[in-house]
Design a protein. Sequence first.
Length: 135
Amino acid sequence: MVIRIRDKADLWTLLMPPTVWALHFLFCYLVAAVHCAKKGGINLAEPSSGASFAPLAEVRPLVAIGTAVALALIVVSAWQAWRHWGAGTEDPPHDAATPEDRQHFLGLATLLLSGLSFASVIFIALPAFLITDCR
């Protein structure tokens, strides 16, 4: 995958961090759900049979790799947003109807969304490392 660094911000750059977060969310929960469905040890016919639940140890490396990729993409997006914002050289609000202010606004909004998406990706990955089995 080639990451194209854009010279000008647009709505696609604004939507990249939340899209990466959403794909990471989907990936983590699909990996865990498929693993727990296949190896979960859950018997619905006899729920009190005392069956052991499958450990999530096999899921952790996949979630770690997916998280690293998602965080790297979000950092690239944040770096690009920092450049579009002008590295914070001008204070907000960027509300004039000029192309320069539009670039500053989109850069700042993307930078803030990148920070939120970065934190969200970390919080989505935490259950895979804190929960021991498929309960």
